[in-house]
Design a protein around this ligand. Structure first.
Ligand code: HAM
Length: 426
């Protein structure tokens, strides 16, 4: 066999027909929640000025430093494929005067995102996210609502064993002070940190808390916790968020070391992970938090906001791994075979009648040989074969063959959909 010449790029995948059913199901689950909570759909372009992301997500983050697909256009603009959705949504909110609308403005999205990551389980270079953002509201009830919606989407998809991890990372009042305390703790243990974290010590010591290296995890275990150093305002806000979560009976745990990999967060941050039943380790299914300073960073007015985004491929791979019975695939129980041009045309019309009646029917309209079509039906394990031959087409009837018994009978064309409906119900 000759070698395949072209393949999709590393970390980028075709979404084949057999996967579309999962994407559809996920979209339906998201839509059920966003519609109920009054979020409206927004789509931003795949490309933005690089600055939108470098300013919002942070110059020293892995996403901006290592993972963006960035290039200069023929016109000279420096642009990037979007690595996440929040920055562009805030850009759009400011650009379109949405601060003048009744607040909060509630938006949701679903689409492809790009990060030049090292491909591994649950980590791709092109992946999809769904997300919701509530802009223009500082009340902690919004944080509670975003967490509840995130949890509901996953519940709606049949996840039973999921856990919400929450933390507060403070704001511009308390975080700088905490960063100093943290830096001093890590500085005295510098030699025990990985080389990346030794660098982070200078740029952003908070990020060390996020490092997955085992040696850093060990040092992290004794690190000071931001929760003990929040200012009054952040402390009160976080307390109220937790009270909402308690009231909503959401299964959360406090993770004092959760910091997330994007710089725009203030106060609440959270992630939803699966308590692995499947043994698949692939990171959080969904993550989010509050980002009260982002609007100002992008040149807008002070706009408190909160949101979250879920990783479509990660969620789907877990659904598949568990082989949940939530996807009853409609296997056709009827095969429509045809012989001759007139019969082929009439079969296509009949096929449409079955579709309108929501009865799945298999066919091989591109095949002319009856023998081939019967063989296909047999391979698919289909019991009922409707045969539309020349005689049938001229006299408006159809022959029904029971593949189990080999018996045949004739049915009038205008009765066939109704009769087959009762047959497949039995
Ligand atoms: P994030 O944590 O970077 O947050 O991404 C959200 C989710 O996207 C992750 O939990 C994960 O499921 C999925 N994801 C991220 N990177 C990849 C990848 N390379 N391959 C597959 N899945 C991936 C954000 O993007 C924020 N914008 C979330 C947010 C919205 N915060 C506030 N509003």
């Amino acid at each position: 066999m000759s070698k395949i010449r072209f393949q999709s790029l590393t970390g980028m995948h075709d979404i084949l027909p057999e996967d579309q059913v999962y994407f559809k199901k996920l979209q339906k689950a998201v839509e059920a929640i966003v519609d109920y909570y009054g979020y409206e759909k927004i789509e931003t372009p795949i490309l933005e000025l690089t600055e939108v992301f470098s300013k919002a997500v942070g110059q020293n983050t892995d996403i901006v430093e290592k993972q963006m697909y960035t290039f200069r256009t023929k016109g000279g603009d420096l642009v990037s494929l979007r690595p996440e959705g929040t920055a562009a949504i805030m850009r759009s909110y400011i650009e379109h005067g949405m601060p003048n609308l009744p607040q909060p403005v509630k938006l949701w999205y679903l689409g492809p995102f790009f990060r030049y990551e090292r491909p591994q389980a649950g980590r791709f270079r092109q992946f999809h996210q769904f997300g919701f953002e509530a802009l223009g509201e500082q009340n902690p009830s919004i944080d509670g609502q975003i967490i509840q919606m995130s949890y509901d989407v996953l519940k709606g998809l049949g996840f039973k064993n999921i856990k919400i991890e929450v933390n507060s990372i403070g704001d511009s009042e308390c975080r700088p002070y905490f960063k100093k305390i943290l830096a001093s703790y890590f500085r005295s243990r510098r030699a025990s940190l990985c080389s990346d974290c030794q660098r982070r010590l200078k740029d952003n010591p908070l990020r060390i808390l996020d490092c997955k290296e085992e040696k850093c995890q060990r040092v992290k275990a004794g690190a000071p916790q931001i929760i003990d150093h929040l200012c009054e305002n952040c402390h009160a806000h976080f307390k109220q968020v937790l009270e909402f979560l308690d009231e909503l009976e959401l299964p959360y745990t406090l993770n004092p070391y959760l910091v997330r990999g994007l710089d725009y967060y203030t106060k609440t941050v959270f992630e939803i992970v699966e308590n692995s039943e499947t043994g698949q380790a692939q990171g959080a299914l969904l993550g989010g938090g509050r980002y009260d300073n982002l609007a100002k960073t992008l040149g807008g007015r002070d706009t408190p906001a909160c949101g979250a985004a879920g990783g479509v491929e990660r969620i789907i791979s877990l659904i598949k791994a568990k082989e949940t019975k939530t996807l009853p695939k409609q296997e056709p129980k009827i095969f429509l075979a045809q012989l001759g041009q007139l019969a082929k045309r009439k079969s296509m019309k009949l096929f449409e009648e079955f579709r309108a009646a929501k009865i799945p029917v298999a066919e091989s309209f591109s095949k002319d040989s009856l023998k081939t079509q019967l063989r296909t039906a047999n391979k698919m394990g289909i019991r009922w074969v409707l045969i539309f031959g020349q005689k049938e087409a001229l006299e408006d009837f159809i022959t029904l063959r029971d593949m189990d018994t080999g018996t045949q009978k004739e049915i009038k064309l205008d009765k066939v959909v109704k009769e087959m409906k009762t047959k497949i119900k039995k």
